[in-house]
Design a protein around this ligand. Structure first.
Ligand SMILES: Nc1ncnc2c1ncn2[C@@H]1O[C@H](COP(=O)(O)OP(=O)(O)O)[C@@H](O)[C@H]1O
Ligand SMILES: N[C@@H](CCC(=O)OP(=O)(O)O)C(=O)O
Length: 372
């Protein structure tokens, strides 16, 4: 028994190229229909699911008649663009059979590196989940070149887990999990059933991709688990053709390789904030707000803010100081410094009238704050 997936509410599921395209023979309609049916069952259990799907290049190669992976970057990008149409169509049809809508989200590295776009991607994904839609994510291959690519969707899956603070990342692949060595090369290799994300011993066992279709191989999956754990997400690596793999994992069964994260979401986020020694700006709190934060564990409302120093964007880590300049907390601002200047000293009910929109009643929510 293992409860990593059973206890997870928000789950990222990543499916690799060889699974999605039946080892390059063409979209595996039956496999995709089975995953859609299982994901529909997971949602009936109250879980939110985001799918990260590879396979655009492999499917596009088939549709355009390439018998081996093109070396020309623009031909590869053309393959991705053609194949992505196939992916979008098959996922929409397969989920529609269960009355579930899908949404296509194509991301690039630049989208997640830019704070504004990162926050927009996060809000769109969480909104889609709230609206009951299954987002289907892939890298936007047509606009990126090698130097600026995530390169493999294992990494993308982990970054999406960080982005929306998922509880778990399930990586479905063409092996039963992490083996002590690449099972294609070493027949004596055995399955590793449990481990700690970030354990360097795991990295030593993992090798590169097993086929010409996959990009990352096992090492990128192990590194993805390490990355996902930074925001508190556990990872399971399992065989995508295993019968009812998703529903059995959700039922608490141990399948594949389970890699547990050592810290919870809140701890991970607070640690991240505590590590921000230089913050973009400061807000000066009145005595009432200091009391609410420090003594009562409350969020920071604009009404308790007397002054704002520095220029910062939405989502920046800022410092909360007393009137005498003493720092008492750090946290993520829901508003830009310009907006904060307009809503300081105002009751939260007036935010919408002043700014024309509301990002939150708080300037800094309690969950996004660490006391110093
Ligand atoms: N230690 C290992 N355990 C399992 N698989 C490994 C290991 N080292 C390398 N591999 C290879 O990684 C492959 C899976 O990665 P990849 O081909 O990128 O798949 P995907 O398309 O699912 O991302 C396996 O088929 C296997 O040959
Ligand atoms: N964006 C690429 C994904 C490449 C990739 O990471 O493949 P894989 O190692 O099979 O997950 C595509 O859709 O072909």
């Amino acid at each position: 028994m293992n409860s990593l997936i059973q206890n997870a509410t928000r789950i990222i599921i990543k499916v690799g190229s060889s699974l999605v395209t039946n080892d390059g023979r063409g979209l595996d309609h039956a496999a995709i229909a089975r995953w859609a049916s299982q994901i529909s069952a997971l949602r009936a259990l109250g879980k939110e699911v985001v799918l990260v799907s590879s396979g655009a290049v492999a499917e596009g190669m088939l549709r355009l008649g390439f018998d081996k992976r093109p070396t020309d970057i623009h031909e590869l990008q053309a393959c991705a663009a053609v194949g992505q149409m196939g992916l979008a169509q098959i996922y929409e049809t397969s989920f529609r059979a269960h009355g579930i809508g899908t949404a296509q989200v194509l991301l690039t590295h630049a989208d997640l590196a830019d704070r504004e776009r990162y926050l927009n991607a996060r809000s769109t994904l969480t909104t889609l989940l709230r609206l009951g839609v299954v987002p289907i994510i892939n890298e936007n291959d047509t606009v990126v070149t090698d130097e600026i690519k995530f390169g493999d969707n294992d990494t993308l899956g982990a970054l999406v887990a960080n982005l929306i603070e998922a509880d778990a990342l399930i990586i479905l692949t063409d092996q039963r999990g992490l083996f002590s060595a690449d099972p294609r090369k070493d027949p004596a290799a055995y399955l590793i059933t449990h481990g700690r994300s970030g354990d360097p011993a795991l990295e030593a066992m993992a090798g590169g991709a097993g086929s010409s279709l996959g990009r990352g191989g096992m090492l990128t999956k192990i590194l993805a688990a390490k990355r996902a754990a930074k925001s508190g997400a556990h990872t399971v690596i399992a065989f995508g053709r295993e019968a009812d793999v998703l529903t059995r994992l959700a039922g608490g069964e141990s399948i594949g390789t389970e890699l547990s994260a050592q810290t919870g979401h809140l701890t991970a986020r607070k640690q991240w904030m505590a590590d921000h020694l230089h913050t973009a700006g400061q807000v000066v709190l009145d005595a009432g707000a200091v009391q609410k934060l420090a003594e009562e564990g409350k969020s920071l409302l604009p009404i308790g803010v007397i002054d704002i120093h520095g220029e910062f964007g939405r989502g920046a880590v800022i410092t909360c100081v007393r009137e005498d300049g003493h720092a008492i907390a750090r946290g993520i601002s829901n508003y830009t410094s310009a907006e904060a200047r307009r809503i300081k000293r105002k009751p939260s009910a007036e935010i919408e009238a002043i700014l024309g929109y509301v990002e939150g009643h708080e300037l800094i929510h309690r969950d996004n704050m660490v006391l110093l």
